[in-house]
Design a protein around this ligand. Structure first.
Ligand SMILES: NC(=O)c1ccc[n+]([C@@H]2O[C@H](COP(=O)([O-])OP(=O)(O)OC[C@H]3O[C@@H](n4cnc5c(N)ncnc54)[C@H](O)[C@@H]3O)[C@@H](O)[C@H]2O)c1
Ligand SMILES: [Zn+2]
Length: 346
């Protein structure tokens, strides 16, 4: 006998991403804000002054990717139990992608899952990490290897938070923004080329378009069995750069900028992009103080590291490459020789 279990209906998840001044948030439930020491000093009061709940707690953790692990998740869980949160309670993630990913994952675990809301405070988290429901932590085997697909109840994006963001962190977010444009939308790319990100209206428009594009992709493919992989443009190369430099030299967005240039060089080699188009992307990245060069000291070692990436399924390399600007193509037929040639010339 077969008993079919159909989760499709109950899993029809819907939520809003609100891009505006942070509104007053009222909840008839217990709420815990999860944040870190840096963001708490800058923005916790703003959020607290706008949040009205049955009871409100704050869990503050150390700042840094090195704290994005199971030990911290357990610490957060313990504080939630100490404060007797129940199954109706809510977590609010106030911070960048590290806080967002870890809070979402903790929410998915607490008493088998409670609600959570994202209040992203970095540009990268506003345009990328807070949308799409990927949550998780790192372990000694790699980044984001433990986690869950778990969607928030809402995302509130207020560009005011970005005023305190260090310029390098801001630029790292711009790398993920241009990634979306190169993959999906030539007109958006042209707009970005001229955009002054210091202007609030421009920034809001950029965030909106990035979120729309990401939402479209996630709606089609929540679990990354197809098109969602396009968001990894620049990442296959970028992850190797991050790994080779022990995650110390570059911010993630900076490594992605280098990775996009490597992917572009490969696309040019495969006649999918012109030198001129590659130059436009390079110009844009440079203009925003993002790195576009990287010396590959040992091409063979760099190549071998591709296979550490969790996306190298069945030991087959898969590259998401631009098709001109505004288009993309997945290539799993790139020979070792061509790849090494491109890396050598980079
Ligand atoms: N879930 C996803 O789909 C997804 C997508 C991309 C990245 N990520 C994850 O996101 C993380 C990177 O996110 P990130 O770039 O936001 O890094 P982050 O969370 O470490 O934040 C960067 C730094 O900025 C500080 N900060 C945050 N907001 C600030 C503000 N308003 N003013 C001043 N300082 C502020 C943080 O304390 C931190 O020191 C990585 O762990 C990555 O794996 C997840
Ligand atoms: Zn990224």
């Amino acid at each position: 006998m077969i008993v079919p279990i159909n989760l499709e209906k109950s899993k029809a998840v819907k939520y809003d991403v609100v891009i505006d001044e942070l509104p007053i948030l009222t909840f008839n439930r217990k709420v815990a804000i999860v944040t870190n020491t840096t963001v708490s000093a800058l923005h916790l009061e703003t959020l607290k002054s706008k949040t009205f709940a049955d009871e409100l707690f704050v869990v503050t953790i150390e700042d840094g990717e090195e704290f994005k692990n199971l030990a911290t998740v357990e610490r957060i869980l313990n504080e939630l139990f100490e404060n007797k949160l129940d199954r109706k309670s809510l977590l609010i993630a106030l911070g960048g992608g590290v806080i967002g990913d870890m809070t979402g994952f903790t929410a998915s675990l607490y008493q088998r899952g409670i609600g959570f809301i994202q209040v992203p405070t970095t540009l990268l988290a506003q345009v990328d990490a807070s949308v799409g429901g990927k949550t998780g932590v790192n372990n000694t085997y790699g980044k984001n290897l433990i986690g869950a697909f778990y969607q928030p109840e809402a995302v509130y994006i207020d560009t005011e938070f970005l005023k305190t963001l260090p310029p390098r962190e801001f630029a790292a977010g711009i790398a993920e923004i241009v990634k979306m444009a190169v993959m999906f939308d030539k007109a958006y790319f042209d707009f970005l080329m001229e955009a002054d990100f210091r202007e609030k209206v421009v920034l809001e428009k950029v965030i909106q378009r990035s979120v729309e594009l990401k939402a479209e992709v996630v709606n089609l493919d929540e679990r990354e069995s197809g098109i969602r992989a396009v968001l990894n443009y620049g990442h296959t190369f970028g992850h190797v750069v991050e790994n080779e430099t022990a995650y110390k030299t570059y911010l993630h967005g900076e490594a992605v900028a280098i990775g996009m240039m490597m992917a572009n060089a490969l696309a040019v080699e495969l006649n999918m992009m012109t030198e001129e188009e590659m130059g436009l992307v390079e110009h844009f990245l440079n203009k925003h103080q993002l790195p576009t060069t990287y010396e590959v000291k040992d091409v063979d070692a760099f190549y071998d590291k591709f296979f550490l990436d969790k996306k190298a399924a069945n030991n087959k390399l898969k590259f998401i490459l631009p098709k001109g600007i505004g288009g993309h193509m997945m290539r799993n037929d790139v020979s070792e020789d061509i790849l090494k040639k491109v890396l050598k010339a980079f």
